[in-house]
Design a protein around this ligand. Sequence first.
Ligand SMILES: [Fe+2]
Ligand SMILES: [Fe+2]
Length: 252
Amino acid sequence: MTTTSTNTRREGYYDLEVNGETRVVLDPSLVTMGEPFHDTKFKAFETLREGRRMMMGDDPRLVKMPEKPRLLDFFRFRLAKPAINHLLQSAAKAQRSGQPEKIVMACLVHDIAIGGLFPGDHGYWGAQLIEPYVDEEISWAVRQHQAVRFFADESVGYSYPSAYTHFFGPDYVPPPYIQEAYKAAHAHRWYMSARMITVNDLYAFDPATTVAIEEFTDIIGRHFRQPDEGLGFDNSPVAHMWRAMIWPYNAL
Ligand SMILES: [Fe+2]
Ligand SMILES: [Fe+2]
């Protein structure tokens, strides 16, 4: 099988001018796999000299984060806008349909990894990211929505999303690990919490509906334990994952 990439601009690293000096930005390996420069991009290190160094620390293209970042700072300054809208709309839908605050909180962060880290397995990444700061049921539900959303539950009016037929084709079958995860989640006492994420998930982005993040300030205050040191600096097992969003292009 031969494949051709149409992405000819990139070679796995590029220059950024910062205060009259050059910072070389290295593409993370997750986005260069399969590209011819995946194995050669580290040549960037051989191009360095005075005034030309690797990118470390604040990236001028991004808003500088506060010293002690809080969840809302990541919403405001880091997550991709469509993902933020999607999260806000899902949380608003859950709230308006009378779901408990825990479910609203889960909806508010269920796709946080799509907006800030990676789309694949985003339920697992997202759950890990929030785990130290939320009730176990919330992170459990976020983790399980990864699998649960692929399976219908007519008892709550959830059908297989037509968007997925469009995204993945009519013949797409979730891999065995997802099917196993779904079976286990279905048998769990918190199954409905994960299911409610999928019920309130909006598979069609509605640009006409804007929801203000401030609507959820109180729920975040009650259900997300912000560390005093700030997300990324509390020495938790996931602090580095938040720092990855603060400084996404740190070279090493
Ligand atoms: Fe999701
Ligand atoms: Fe979603």
